[in-house]
Design a protein around this ligand. Structure first.
Ligand code: GLC
Length: 767
């Protein structure tokens, strides 16, 4: 029998050695175990900040042919060949090393024919480059009944099984369809269900990497990387929710946003070229009785695309006055900032960066130049604290103007003159490294710099939007899925994309509503605003040169339907904000696939055209042209049609009508939901009343309230209301009181009556 490796224990780390390898297992918590093998790379994480290790009891037992390392939740078995197998506490297999050899996909083509086929523009992928001396792979068993979710906003479907993907942040404006392997973000976490047993696997390595989920061979899935250390986390948890909670414990959770950021936002590349155009949009939104909170300024507001400048002349010489005016009316401006700094001696930002040596350089020590919107541009070296601080301070140029949010784009980083060479010197936590290593975390570091800068300057919860991201960026920024198109497949895609982002820790996310590239149609725009109405980030954005797609662009009935849904969104904002307050503690996404709530129901494991908002709101949008009815699968429980309160049993498919102005929407019976007032923007003046709707006859609900702006809630300045309903008995309790004023009246709408309770300050309760 082959000899087992030797091992040595150092607190919660066990180091296994044989003649060829040294593999460390570190117990982070009972449900998180890290697997690590040093490949001579500095291993400081960008995703994980601070010490996440908790004192955890574990034991190690030697069996004849393997070791067993167990915590209360996970058992890892290691054999003589150093295979690693993870089981849950009931000995169900979760993550098992594949024992066979890989059988690379035979595409039936030789090199000569490959060239021939490529001449017409076809893509013939090559095998992964296993001859690269730094290459490594991790191959795991794939069970017949196994689903794989996560990986951020990759294309395709909820379940990634049968597909392959790459992590190499990429700006490719062609339509992102299911055969696209890479997009703007690298979020190397998978959340799996193996024969119904949940697990997570997080590969924390920023180098270019590849995932194949049983495409090459249905018996295994694999991860491979071009370089870096073997560094992954085995994540357990009794439920899928617990796995997501554990993963977000490790990499962080989306902090509570400012409340207004949940409002509707209107954008288009081109608007910001003049004050007149932006004002025109504001006026038209108001005249059309359309609720909104922000207008986004794309690159045109700057002087010749120079970041941290403003084309004053196009803003009547005084952009600050314009922004302040809007602000006084309760409307916010969000402005774009790209990383590329125009190469332009005499321009302050360029000069400062050159003087202080803040830009990335080639191996000869020359500042590296590529092209983006401003033409020749140079790139800040965000892997250094000094550069992050400098960038963050520059954001003050915008916050001083009254700009309320910063949108970071092109931070893959995108470059128009070919990809930045791999050996360009980028810093890694302050030490010289390469573009090859730092590429996938460039956007992360930029978003972090922006978040910190805005926080220092304003004291408010920063509103940052980023296109490129890495695992952990959710702590600093909301994201959008980049340049989609006005095509039906992209309306369909938003459900798996946003749900998988949510499973990967990114709850604050959205798509360009109506589609960015290509020309939208009235029906597509209508179905898009319906389908996206619960997406946490709610922004309509489009490319210059495409057909206009503001809510009024097609007249009636599009405008009225669009308005109806925006009004519905604002009614739901107190619910969405409650979910954010919970999410910041447990990491569970607002918008989520049905499987996250009901993993034991095999029917929901592959649903791509329905989603949940929290635990009890089910959304089944129409995502096909001309469709006026659809099949809806209702999971276990009883459900009420939101529009007419008709009751349905769960665990069945029903056919529902969906004329153009209807979004099929169901509420789980015995649910209480807050119901905001009808408003056209989110006010900074605290609400003094709140309404709750009861779906069914009873229920209980926690509702959160604070000032919606800053960090005072962290010192306890918030209220937690507990609403209980049992038939017609209604009670409202202030479980935590730290924010003033509390609601003076609370109205609860029951099936056949409405009950209003008033606050009595002497007894501090509602009667
Ligand atoms: C990129 C962004 C898009 C933006 C455009 C101009 O394509 O993804 O949202 O409008 O650049 O800045």
């Amino acid at each position: 029998m082959a000899k087992l490796p030797t091992y040595q224990q150092d607190h919660q780390t066990i180091i296994f050695k044989n003649s060829a390898r040294e593999i460390q297992l570190t117990i982070i918590t009972p449900e998180i175990i890290r697997v690590y093998e040093n490949h001579s790379e500095s291993g400081t994480s960008y995703a994980i900040e601070g010490d996440k290790q908790k004192p955890t009891d574990y034991r190690i037992i030697q069996k004849p042919d393997h070791y067993e390392i167990s915590t209360s939740a996970l058992t890892i078995k290691m054999d003589a060949a150093m295979h690693l197998d993870a089981y849950d506490s009931n000995n169900h297999p979760l993550i098992i090393d594949y024992r066979g050899s890989r059988t690379p996909l035979d595409r039936g083509i030789d090199e000569e024919h490959k060239k021939f086929v490529q001449e017409e523009g076809h893509n013939v992928p090559g095998a992964d480059d296993q001859n690269n001396p730094h290459y490594f792979q991790v191959v795991k068993d794939l069970a017949a009944d196994e689903q794989i979710y996560g990986l951020g906003d990759k294309t395709g479907y909820m379940n990634k099984r049968g597909y392959e993907y790459d992590d190499w942040n990429t700006d490719n404006p062609a339509p992102h369809l299911e055969n696209f392997t890479r997009l703007y973000k690298s979020i190397p976490v998978i959340i799996g269900l193996k024969a119904g047993h949940p697990y997570g696997l997080f590969f924390d390595n920023p180098y270019r990497s590849h995932f194949d989920f049983g495409k090459e061979n249905p018996d295994y899935y694999f991860y491979s990387a071009e370089d870096g250390n073997l560094n992954y986390y085995l994540i357990g948890g009794k439920t899928l929710k617990a796995v997501v909670t554990n993963y977000t414990y490790l990499t962080g959770r989306t902090p509570l946003p400012q409340k207004w950021t949940l409002g509707y936002q209107q954008s288009r590349w081109g608007y910001s070229a003049s004050q007149k155009m932006v004002q025109g949009i504001v006026d038209k939104m108001q005249q059309s009785d359309l609720p909104f909170d922000a207008i986004h300024l794309d690159i045109d507001y700057m002087q010749g695309y120079r970041v941290f400048t403003w084309d004053d002349a196009a803003y009547a010489g005084n952009p600050k006055k314009f922004v302040t005016n809007l602000k006084n009316q309760g409307k916010k401006i969000v402005a774009i900032i790209d990383p590329g700094v125009k190469k332009d001696p005499g321009y302050k930002i360029y000069d400062q960066g050159i003087q202080n040596d803040y830009f990335v350089k080639d191996l000869q020590g020359k500042v590296y130049v590529n092209q983006v919107w401003p033409g020749d541009a140079v790139f800040p070296d965000f892997g250094r604290t000094a550069v992050q601080d400098w960038w963050g301070k520059n954001d003050q140029f915008l916050t001083d103007m009254g700009v309320a949010g910063i949108w970071n784009d092109m931070n893959e980083p995108a470059s128009f003159q070919g990809e930045i060479p791999q050996d360009i010197v980028f810093s890694d936590h302050g030490r010289p490294s390469t573009h090859k290593k730092m590429h996938n975390v460039y956007g992360h570091n930029m978003a972090k710099a922006t978040y910190e800068g805005v926080k220092r300057a304003t004291g408010r919860r920063p509103f940052v939007i980023t296109r490129a991201a890495y695992s952990g960026t959710q702590k600093y920024s909301t994201v959008w899925t980049g340049d989609n198109h006005s095509i039906w497949p992209h309306l369909q895609l938003l459900i798996p994309q946003l749900c998988n982002l949510g499973m990967s820790g990114f709850t604050f996310a959205g798509t360009d509503i109506g589609g960015f590239g290509s020309d939208t149609t009235p029906e597509l725009l209508t179905r898009w605003i319906e389908a996206a109405i619960f997406s946490p980030l709610l922004r309509n954005h489009s490319a210059m040169g495409t057909r206009a797609q503001e809510p009024w662009a097609f007249g009636e009935p599009t405008l009225s339907i669009y308005r109806k849904f925006l009004k519905l969104r604002y009614r739901f904002i107190p619910y969405l904000y409650d979910l954010f307050a919970r999410e910041s503690k447990n990491g569970l996404p607002l918008m989520r696939p049905l499987v996250l709530n009901d993993e034991n129901d095999p029917r929901v494991r592959n649903i791509n055209d329905q989603y949940m908002v929290g635990d009890s709101v089910l959304v089944a949008p129409i995502v096909q042209p001309s469709q006026r009815k659809r099949l809806v699968y209702l999971p276990a429980g009883k459900w009420l049609d939101f529009w007419n309160h008709q009751e349905y049993d769960g665990q069945q498919d029903i056919v529902v009508d969906a004329p153009l102005d209807k979004l099929p929407l169901f509420i789980k019976k015995e649910t209480i939901l807050p119901w905001g007032p009808e408003v056209n923007q989110i006010s900074e003046t605290p609400d003094t009343t709140m309404t709750f709707n009861v779906y069914g006859d009873s229920g209980s609900y926690h509702h959160y309230q604070d000032n919606g702006l800053d960090f005072k809630y962290q010192q306890g300045e918030f209220n937690d209301y507990l609403i209980n309903v049992d038939q017609d008995q209604v009670s409202v309790k202030l479980v935590h009181q730290g924010f003033q004023p509390v609601y003076q009246h609370v109205t609860v709408n029951l099936k056949n009556q409405s009950i209003t309770l008033d606050y009595h300050s002497d007894t501090e309760d509602y009667k």
